[in-house]
Ligand binder design. Structure first.
Ligand SMILES: C[S@@+](CC[C@H](N)C(=O)[O-])C[C@H]1O[C@@H](n2cnc3c(N)ncnc32)[C@H](O)[C@@H]1O
Length: 417
């Protein structure tokens, strides 16, 4: 079963493998650090990069590889110090600037990443991948105004690039005016008729346009699910930011917004823009409690570092199974919205089994990884299906975003349990 082309990875800059930027021969310490990094001996690599940076002048290779690796491993403070050292040296080097920006994106610092990538694409030797990274960052920030012209520029500069046409497809995707998205996917298909990513993007947009699962007979079932469960008001988005904002603004109840899975606080800050609402945000800040898809146990850890969040956000630190019972015992109000972004089935099940009894008609639920991962029917979908049965919920779908994997719904009725 093929997946939607969507999970955005900033890997490439915040990479597991090192990159050379400076043509000068590496010092002895830097050589050792690069070797350890290449072998996946990450603690050794971090320590050797730090030592290589102790003696001036600052080496761009040491600072940027350290910053990228530390960001990838969740060592936030170390990454920020190294990236600050790399910045002045990277400003004139397009490749280094791109990787610096991607490392900042890995830390959830999307505004900084956008600024650096905007600078990077203006350099004469900017790699084309930098513009695609800029488009991804803009979409993650909900900044279509910048994503669209950069996508048009990407296809103008490189009309034979399937990735550029797919970036344009996402940037112009509007479920109420689908022609530009269909046209860009059709241009990608003309270049790569056998590419399943492209086939599915076109099939998805066409099916939305004609309100029917056309040409989906052999397509994956997540795509079928989206098309078949659509109601007249069900929206579809190509950016996580837009799907979160839509669900947030669809709230009709007065209670708090509850978020499960915070990490660097990217989605938390979008939720916190809700007028007059409190956000109660839960995370261990120790990463995933189990391996999930291709990610290992502990992926997304911030090593206990808490993100900076607006004053209307309260962070509840710890594993859900410990924090949610205490929360439910003390918090009397019903949530107006629940955002589940904790990836693994057990975490979603735990969240819904504690919060489910609090859910009242009108409550909005948003799932971040609902659709399209290889085992999606056994993950958030399964946890929701079980909650619907257990709490006798009736629901209506607010959005089914095959391109991002998100699904949002409103609970319209709650039965006796
Ligand atoms: C994908 S990240 C969240 C991303 C975040 N919402 C954003 O927009 O950047 C998933 C988070 O869920 C947390 N998590 C998963 N299961 C958990 C559990 N059972 N208890 C506490 N935290 C959990 C992990 O620590 C991780 O930070």
């Amino acid at each position: 079963m093929s997946q939607a082309p969507r999970r955005q990875s900033w890997a490439g800059g915040a990479r597991k493998r090192p990159c050379r930027y400076d043509p000068a021969p590496a010092s002895a310490l830097l050589t050792l650090a690069l070797r350890a990094h290449r072998r996946g001996e990450w603690p050794e690599a971090l320590a050797l990069y730090v030592r290589a940076l102790e003696d001036p002048p600052v080496s761009l290779d040491a600072a940027l590889n350290l910053g990228s690796l530390a960001a990838h491993l969740g060592h936030r403070a170390l990454a920020q110090r190294a990236l600050a050292l790399a910045l002045p040296l990277a400003l004139a080097d397009a490749r280094a600037l791109r990787d610096l920006a991607i490392a900042h994106a890995t830390l959830g610092e999307l505004g900084t990443a956008r600024a650096l990538l905007s600078h990077c694409v203006a350099l004469p030797d900017a790699p084309e991948g930098a513009r695609l990274a800029l488009i991804r960052v803009c979409l993650a920030l909900g900044d279509s105004a910048l994503a669209i012209p950069h996508s048009r520029e990407a296809v103008a500069r490189n009309p034979d690039s399937v990735d550029a046409w797919l970036a344009l497809h996402r940037a112009v995707f509007d479920d109420r005016a689908l022609s530009p998205a269909i046209e860009s996917a059709a241009r990608a298909l003309a270049l790569a008729p056998e590419d399943p990513r492209v086939q599915r993007c076109l099939a998805h947009a066409t099916a939305l346009q004609f309100h029917a699962p056309r040409d989906l007979s052999d397509q994956d079932d997540a795509l079928q699910f989206c098309i078949q469960n659509r109601e007249i008001h069900t929206r579809a988005f190509a950016s996580k930011h837009h799907a979160i904002a839509h669900a947030r603004d669809a709230r009709v109840l007065d209670g708090p917004i509850v978020e499960l899975g915070v990490r660097h606080g990217v989605s938390t800050r979008v939720l916190a823009q809700a007028q007059g609402a409190q956000v109660h945000a839960f995370d261990s800040f120790e990463g995933l409690p189990a391996a999930w898809n291709s990610l290992p146990l502990g992926a997304f850890t911030t090593r206990g570092h808490l993100p900076s969040v607006p004053p209307n956000v309260t962070l509840y630190v710890g594993w859900f199974e410990q924090t949610l019972p205490t929360y439910c015992a003390h918090e009397e109000s019903s949530p107006s919205m629940i955002h589940v972004d904790s990836d693994v089935y057990e975490s979603a099940r735990c969240a819904l089994s504690h919060l489910g009894p609090r859910v009242r008609p009108g409550c909005v639920l948003l799932f971040d990884e609902y659709l399209g991962n290889a085992g999606w029917r056994d993950e958030e979908h399964r946890a929701l299906t079980e909650a619907i049965v257990r709490f006798h919920w009736s629901i209506t779908w607010l959005s089914l975003s095959w391109l991002t994997g998100q699904a949002a719904l409103r609970v319209t009725a709650v039965g006796d349990t």
